[in-house]
Design a protein around this ligand. Structure first.
Ligand code: C2E
Ligand code: MG
Ligand code: MG
Ligand code: MG
Length: 280
């Protein structure tokens, strides 16, 4: 609040800022009911090799508001994170993802790994590990088919607690990746200490490979670093053939992006799993 900055401080509060704050409040209020009203669902985006063979998928939550239509997770996840609503939402996402995993296996379809995004607040809960275990027990999903996507920021603050939790998850058989890699500040020292399986190259670097030689160099560096640290690497946001060829040429084995498939609803994803590959 402006008041807290001292009596000499003058703060401008523009009408557009008021509108943004109102909108945020509205979203927060409606998000509280979204779970109970069944407005959330999951999409799945294939993770593929260069030939489009599906080797895994990422779970992405979707919110269909009754009047406003689809609201992007880029809008509501930060609000959920700030208000704590991410806890029940995150639990629901994990449980529902495990139910789908089990269901695909029952249909004789299988995906090597299904990754689920974990928010910082969710991961920091003291009982996060037992929550994951309870969901695995309840759904009967195979932990060796489950992956969790963490972000650099959450990995760095409270490094000891993080490593302890990561080791517990690894012991359960769960695959761990760092999402949006390159946008945070993780040092090589930390990376080496952590029981990680995968680095996901942030899509902002991938998008500018063709036009920005710095980004091309960053991508190249991340791929060779991952290789040296014996980590798998996935390039996110691959949209063009140029990007694919560049990444492949640098030794990147796994891709996720619109070139292969957008995130799709379960029915469409099941059809993709039946053929084992994407169109791209
Ligand atoms: P993320 O985890 O980095 O997910 C990748 C995002 O990139 C997704 O956006 C996906 O739809 C988008 N994407 C994939 N391929 C392409 C491409 O080729 N081009 C472009 N332009 N975009 C592509 P989405 O679904 O809107 O999700 C945005 C972010 O919201 C996610 O980024 C993640 O941070 C968060 N999020 C989504 N679902 C969950 C969830 O269940 N839990 C938590 N904690 N966060 C979630
Ligand atoms: Mg992700
Ligand atoms: Mg990402
Ligand atoms: Mg992202």
């Amino acid at each position: 609040r402006a008041k807290d900055d001292g009596r000499d401080t003058i703060r401008f509060f523009l009408p557009s800022m008021q509108a943004a704050a109102d909108n945020r409040l509205a979203i927060e209020k409606e998000l509280r009911h979204a779970l109970d009203r069944g407005e959330l669902s999951l999409n799945f985006q294939p993770q593929v090799n260069s030939r489009g063979t599906i080797l895994g998928a990422e779970t992405l939550v979707r919110w269909k508001h009754p009047e406003k239509g689809y609201i992007s997770p880029a809008t509501f996840i930060p609000i959920a994170e700030a208000t704590g609503l991410i806890l029940p939402i995150g639990e629901w996402v994990l449980q529902t993802a495990c139910e789908h995993l089990k269901d695909w296996n029952n249909q004789g379809l299988s995906v090597h790994h299904l990754a689920v995004n974990v928010s910082p607040r969710q991961f920091r809960q003291p009982n996060f590990i037992s929550q994951v275990q309870t969901i695995l027990d309840k759904t009967g999903a195979d932990p060796r088919q489950l992956g969790l996507e963490l972000t650099e920021g959450m990995v760095i603050d409270n490094i000891l607690d993080t490593i302890e939790k990561m080791e517990a998850l690894k012991k359960m058989g769960i695959e761990l990746s760092i999402d949006d890699f390159g946008t945070g500040y993780s040092s090589l020292t930390y990376l080496k200490k952590m029981p990680l399986d995968i680095l996901k190259i942030d899509q902002s670097f991938v998008h500018d490979i063709e036009t920005d030689s710095n980004d091309a160099a960053i991508v190249d560096t991340i791929i060779s670093m991952a290789t040296h640290l014996d980590l798998k690497v996935i390039a996110e946001g691959v949209e063009t053939k140029y990007e694919l060829e560049f990444l492949e040429g640098k030794g990147c084995p796994l891709f996720q992006g619109y070139l292969f498939s957008k995130p799709v609803a379960n029915e469409t994803f099941v059809e993709l799993l039946k053929t084992g590959k994407t169109q791209g």
